[in-house]
Design a protein around this ligand. Structure first.
Ligand code: AMP
Length: 369
């Protein structure tokens, strides 16, 4: 690509050798054409310095890979506001608890790189998309991200961690006590490695957005936090890397999470402000669908458990008894799809043949009126 700024081209050879040092054959086989892949921090910092000296701006999009349209929507937003986009692809072990399956998290390096290349082409061919292009992929090893001690997922494990309390103990944090410690810690590291002008996060993970804003504020980090709305499938289900495990039957039933939230949102938009009135209708939806599923044969049904449905303050995430319409609220839920009990021949059961439990999360913002 001819758009490299002065001094940045010198990274090509370094990036090639970094790429060749990647951990998997598929990672090293491909040489991306329109961006460079960095496995370590110093050459990335060198690129960042060159960009700064040339008055270019960096928008940073952290991901765990297994990219889908939701991730791409963050990058498109970053392209509108920055000249250069850094995307990180790193499955962070410290956000998985000891009993959570880090190994089953989907890893799709070749497809991720292909999607990012295609997106750069799309951005280049669409003048209305903004000037930004993906310049760097940061795909560090865990040794780079956790240089002194192996990453610990134990609650009282040793290591250098960033904890944001009480925010990280609520909602998702109540079932997953180390999750947001892992998120905040890795984001702090990634922000330090990339020093972006702006960072982009999806509304889909609403608690993460609140925690990242707090992290940036409390640690005086010089970056702007941008939140991009949730991308959904045509059926309304929020896109997620884990949806590949659902299959058709569990996907159709999993949609209950969105339907329940929509019903609660409608109640708010119709003027209801009490917790009982807003969450009551969501509960009715989940209870009705669960009863319907339980009445079906094991080969036909998909069972689930509701982890929580929450109505919370947008900045503290404290549960609300009453929504102040001038302030609004966050309506969020988590639902656990159980493995299929019985499958039918030829049925689309998703990756893992319907055996992988899938936890779905979703949220809607009740806007101030
Ligand atoms: P992940 O790879 O799951 O860690 O997600 C990386 C970023 O993409 C996070 O900021 C997520 O909130 C965001 N993201 C994931 N799914 C969606 C979606 N359906 N819509 C918008 N953003 C999303």
């Amino acid at each position: 690509m001819s758009r490299w700024v002065k001094g940045v081209r010198t990274f090509s050879s370094a990036a090639s050798s970094l790429l060749a040092g990647a951990t998997t054959a598929s990672q090293s086989a491909r040489q991306p054409s329109s961006f460079q892949v960095f496995r370590d921090v110093p050459p990335l910092r060198q690129l960042r310095r060159s960009l700064l000296q040339n008055d270019r701006t960096v928008g940073f999009v952290p991901t765990m890979g297994a990219l889908h349209e939701g991730h791409l929507s963050l990058i498109r937003e970053a392209a509108r506001e920055n000249t250069d986009i850094f995307v990180s692809i790193y499955v962070n072990p410290t956000r998985f608890g000891v009993n959570e399956d880090l190994s089953s998290y989907p890893r799709t390096w070749d497809s991720d790189v292909a999607q990012l290349e295609k997106l750069n082409e799309e951005l280049a061919s669409n003048p209305g998309a903004g000037a930004g292009r993906i310049t760097a992929i940061f795909a560090p090893t865990s040794k780079v991200m956790y240089p002194t001690l192996p990453p610990s997922s134990e609650i009282d494990g040793h290591g250098s961690f960033v904890t944001i309390t009480p925010l990280s103990t609520k909602l998702e944090g109540s079932a997953r006590p180390v999750f947001f410690r892992g998120v905040a810690t890795v984001c702090m590291k990634l922000f330090n490695a990339t020093t972006p002008d702006r960072v982009y996060f999806g509304q889909k993970d609403v608690q993460q957005t609140v925690i990242i804003k707090r992290l940036v504020q409390d640690f005086l980090i010089g970056t702007e936090v941008r939140i991009v709305e949730t991308s959904r499938g045509t059926d309304g289900l929020a896109l997620s890397s884990r949806n590949v495990y659902l299959g058709e039957r569990r996907r159709a039933v999993g949609l209950t999470i969105y339907k329940a939230l929509k019903a609660a949102e409608e109640a708010y938009l119709a003027g209801k402000v009490s917790r009982a009135d807003i969450l009551g209708v969501a509960k009715k939806v989940t209870e009705r669908v669960l009863a319907e599923q339980q009445a079906l044969a094991p080969s036909e049904r998909a069972l689930f458990e509701v982890d929580y449905v929450s109505l919370a303050d947008p900045s503290t995430l404290d549960e609300l008894d009453l929504v102040d319409p001038t302030h609004g609220a966050v309506l969020s839920a988590a639902l656990k799809m159980a493995p299929l009990e019985e499958t039918k021949p030829g049925e689309d059961c998703g990756l893992g043949d319907g055996k992988v439990p899938v936890r779905l999360i979703d949220n809607l913002i009740l806007r101030p009126s």
